[in-house]
Write a protein of this length. Structure first.
Length: 294
């Protein structure tokens, strides 16, 4: 009876074949999330394009985001699935020399990580921090700048999840740091793409969550949204320039203003809502400036 109950509640499995780390050579099994069976009950979509999930009676709370990054349990080399076996020899050399730094970075936040066992929120959050460090060494055709931005955004989400469970640990402060890092990398990814320094492959999955790919418009939207929420708020001159940048980004999303397969209605609706808030904020700023000159 107990074995049957454990089988029913199972939410992940370990792959049958071992992976070999291209950096240190360690062999290990990857943990993956099982699908179906009522494990994931989709809830609302946030303004950050994160899909929330309702806890199920049978399986409880599940965090799909803690599994996409493959992490070597020995040297902490970490990437998205498609990149794990891909680094060139010179990149491997850099990653080898950075092993101690990778381990130190996450051990300061999470001293009891175990990537050979089933993951929980600490391992999931740490996996994105480790991938952030790993992609620093990758070459432009891997879109490392965008992937670092995505890692920072997901790390911020998971830090917020940790904060809800452990409000005394200041995980909300860590979340804010990673939101600001995400803002920086999303903006840089667009800039490098426009300059031809690091092309954003249209066939790639840009997420930002695991349930849907919002494509290039999703990157434009999130770059603007993160700028709106986490950029300078106090200096009015800097803030106004920031808002003008967001309006330019969103105008590219609007295009002819119609939803399509490549331009989902949710992106248009959320962008228009924020655009209206920006217009109102700019109007208030101009009103305050006029009042000060009188």
């Amino acid at each position: 009876m107990k074995n049957n109950e454990e089988k029913v509640k199972k939410i992940t499995f370990f792959s049958n074949s071992k992976l070999q780390c291209p950096v240190c050579g360690d062999m290990f099994y990857r943990e993956e999330l099982l699908s179906g069976g009522g494990r994931l009950i989709a809830g609302s979509l946030t303004d950050e394009l994160r899909r929330l999930y309702e806890p199920s009676v049978r399986f409880g709370e599940i965090h799909p985001l803690i599994y996409p990054i493959i992490v070597c349990p020995s040297c902490y080399y970490a990437t998205f699935t498609e990149d794990f076996k891909a680094p060139d020899k010179d990149v491997v050399s850099k990653l080898e020399s950075n092993t101690a730094a990778r381990r130190k970075t996450v051990s300061m936040l999470f001293p009891k990580l175990n990537f050979r066992d089933t993951r929980d929120l600490p391992e999931g959050t740490a996996s994105y921090i480790l991938a952030l460090s790993t992609y620093e060494c990758f070459k432009p055709h891997f879109m490392p700048t965008f992937k670092r931005g995505l890692c920072c955004l997901r790390a911020a989400w998971l830090f917020n999840d940790l904060h809800r469970k452990h409000p005394e640990e200041n995980y909300d402060y860590a979340a804010m740091i990673f939101y600001r890092k995400a803002k920086f990398f999303y903006s840089m990814a667009l800039e490098r793409d426009q300059k031809g320094q690091e092309a954003l492959n249209a066939k790639a999955n840009f997420g930002p969550d695991t349930d849907k790919n919002y494509g290039y418009d999703g990157i434009l939207y999130l770059s603007g949204y993160l700028e709106y929420k986490y950029a300078e708020q106090q200096n009015m001159e800097i803030r106004k320039k920031s808002l003008e940048y967001i309006k330019r980004l969103f105008s590219k999303i609007f295009g002819i203003g119609k939803a399509s397969k490549d331009k989902p209605s949710v992106i248009l609706e959320k962008a228009k809502d924020i655009y209206a808030k920006i217009s109102e904020e700019v109007k208030t700023m101009e009103g305050n400036a006029a009042g000060e000159t009188q």
